[in-house]
Design a protein around this ligand. Sequence first.
Ligand code: FEO
Length: 404
Amino acid sequence: MAHVYDAVQLTDRVYWVGAIDWGIREFHGYATSRGTTYNAYLVMDETVTLVDTVKAHFKDEMLARVASVVDPSRVDLLISNHSEMDHSGCLPEVLDATGATRVLASRNGVKALQAHFHLDGALEAVDNGQTIRLGATEATFVETKMLHWPDSMMTYLSGEEVLFSQDGFGMHLASSERFADQLPADVVRHELAKYYANILMPFSKLVMKAVASLRAMNLPLAMIAPDHGPIFREDPMGPVEAWAHWAEQKPTRKAVVVYDTMWHSTAGMAQAVAEGLAEGGATSVKVMPLASAHRSDVATELLEAGALLVGSPTINNMVFPTVADVLTYLEGLNRRHLVGAAFGSYGWNGKAVGTLEEWLDRMGVERVADSVNLLYVPDADGLARCRGLGRQVGQALVERERTC
Ligand code: FEO
């Protein structure tokens, strides 16, 4: 068989042996528009150790990369930092294909892996702070519960000074480059932010605690090696500081306007709202028609925003389906400290705007302007009301920034 896949050496003893998923565009509700990687790492020490594995159908690619360094039968130990299937889906097959008979995971990781794969006998729980010697290196386990699953942990490899951070500080980005400093900085920042917004935002308080712990540990750090996307070697604390910033969820003067439309009435209202926002003092206004904007991109734009404005026509007494979709998604992500407002158009029953109001209230978005709900097609007075709604929200952003 032709030799296709190689490992990439990261340090004296650590190799990247993951897989690149160039074609994936949907990841349980998240638009992975640049694909992704599933990173696994091989530690070549007296105990040859594989840290995390890959999505099931990428198993052969990972094993081929392992084989480019060492015969897989010489792998002694698996460490599972995170049991979600993109990192564990081929675990039983990897146990069969390598010499490893033990899988180390957090206590919750053992429960999750057992429930997924029923691997009696192979699973061993490790405790937060526990260290095991692999030879010249030592692996220390750091639990990061609910970042983003109950089982999540990170593994720090002393000697090589690498933090294997599982989903932490990761991003969905397929590339031939393995290091973040080899990629355009704006792309790396955007994809890191998108991952945070869509996966970590609900756990921001826990992120703050985890970041504080990492800072307090003051580990010598050569690299952060996550389970998705590029590895950070230049300024390895850079993504940690970015997470710390996003976890604060500080309000800004940016506004996000999301809407859908049937006959362009709500679209016209959204444009007037956007003009009013800028007039009121918003420094950035992102208008996102849901016919083209994906829910995960809305979440990303909202990460560094201070206002959410939502528009919907009434259809069959309900909000438009795409609007319900995005609000369902955003409610789960639990972005705090937002102001906002609702608007929409209708023919004979205008219930959608009331539903939007209830939804924004439930999400904790402070409505700082009366809603605008217009019959059929907005006239000049209706558009002026929309502009006024935007202006009020813009002014609230200015006021909030002044008092925060
Ligand atoms: Fe990349 Fe939570 O799995």
